[in-house]
Design a protein around this ligand. Structure first.
Ligand SMILES: Cc1ncc(COP(=O)(O)O)c(C=O)c1O
Length: 384
């Protein structure tokens, strides 16, 4: 075989993947080892994500949504940016690739630190770009030397914040000073794979940086579901950037770059997170949350959140009739640890028995009862 391997590819050392943990334990005759190399979340994904993924399995005969519509919208809502300012990738790694593909020509320069996340330099090498590597100073990005290293040929600067592997963060004031000096033609990429582990005070408010600021360099933020969300196996990450940069990245991405499971899992993680904060607040106040659902779709959503108390509103919103069938059709969807409350529609002892037989644990006693002359007596008629 006579392969004609380009010099830039021949020079690349592949990313060291590490052995599967079972294999390693067998080789060394050890047990109980813990893999630290990939900075994985040892707690695993949330149960709401696992539920959502299980439900999605039967849809695998369909291609994913190429626009990642729902996930993009949910991320935009969380960060307070526009969906057009977000690009999703097969891991944030893929967004790094898009950036290099879209902006680095052969011979163009990219500035990174050493040590920092390995993939920046490898991707630049694949593209035939030139890596200008600046040593960390005191385990931190040396913004002054990085600034001095920027030349006419520089297209991108990668700063992982916090840095992998040192865990140090850039002081927000120094960062702003640095960004105010960088030429407009250079894109500064702030890789925030570990942003969830940072103090609130050191975090950057995305919309203030990524929107085009007159005369300033564009800034791209990278984030991932691989670390704090515990979903590296799904491969989903994203970049937040001004719409002009985003439009360029859309040109170089494949149409279905984020798979179905990744979209569903990441969306469930965000919904879970949003609801979790509501649940946390309620629990702090010593309260529980009753989630109200009207149909099977809403029930599925409630279940994905891990809600325990679910109220079925079985009133038809057109004619206000109540239908016990609605309750029964959804009852089969819940597990043993849920407490199901149904809206009214219970008029006879048989209705009560039917609900009990089907695992509905509580009824909502509404107006009709309360308006009766003797509500207690009316209720007692049903139960005894
Ligand atoms: C700084 C940094 N950026 C990006 C990544 C890649 O993340 P993803 O799994 O989203 O591709 C990692 C993973 O280790 C990382 O440490």
């Amino acid at each position: 075989m006579k392969l004609n391997i380009p010099d830039n590819i021949a020079a690349i050392t592949p990313y060291p993947p590490g052995k599967p943990i079972d294999e390693l334990e067998r080789e060394y005759g050890i047990t109980g080892s813990i893999k630290l190399a990939s900075n994985e979340n040892p707690w695993g994904p949330s149960p709401a994500v696992v539920n959502a993924l299980q439900e999605e399995l039967s849809g695998l005969n369909r291609y994913p949504d190429g626009s990642c519509y729902y996930l993009t919208k949910a991320i935009a809502r969380k960060l307070g940016v526009d969906p057009a300012e977000i690009i999703l990738g097969n891991g944030s790694n893929e967004v790094i690739e898009f950036l290099v593909k879209a902006f680095v020509r052969e011979g163009d320069e990219v500035v990174t630190s050493h040590p920092s996340f390995l993939m920046y330099q490898k991707i630049v090498q694949v593209r035939g770009g030139v890596n200008r590597v600046v040593p960390l100073s005191g385990m931190k990005h040396d913004l002054e030397v990085i600034y001095d290293t920027i030349s006419e040929k520089t297209r991108l600067v990668f700063l992982d914040n916090p840095n992998n592997p040192t865990g140090t963060v850039i002081d927000p004031v120094h960062l702003r000073e640095f960004l105010s000096k960088v030429p407009e033609s250079v894109i500064v990429v702030l890789d925030e794979a570990y942003v969830d582990y940072m103090d609130e005070a050191s975090r950057i408010i995305p919309q203030t940086l990524v929107r085009h600021r007159k005369g300033c360099c564009p800034v791209v933020l990278l984030r991932t579901f691989s670390k704090a969300y515990g979903l590296p196996g799904l491969r989903v990450g994203y970049g937040v950037m001004n719409t002009e940069v985003a439009a360029c990245l859309h040109k170089v991405r494949q149409p279905f770059n984020v798979n179905r499971m990744a979209q569903v899992g990441a969306l469930a993680a965000l919904e879970d997170e949003a609801l979790q904060s509501l649940f946390d607040l309620a629990h702090e106040l010593g309260m529980d949350v009753l989630m109200e659902v009207h149909d099977e779709q809403e029930m599925r959503r409630a279940l994905k959140t891990g809600a325990r108390l679910i109220g079925i509103n079985n009133r038809n919103l057109r004619n206000f009739d109540t239908s016990l069938e609605t309750t029964l059709s959804m009852q089969g969807m819940v597990g043993e640890n849920h407490i199901l409350v149904t809206e009214s529609g219970i008029h006879t002892k048989d209705d009560v028995q039917l609900m009990r037989d089907n695992g509905v644990n509580a009824f909502l006693v509404g107006e009709a009862f309360m308006r009766a002359d003797d509500p207690g007596e009316k209720l007692a008629e049903l139960f005894f």
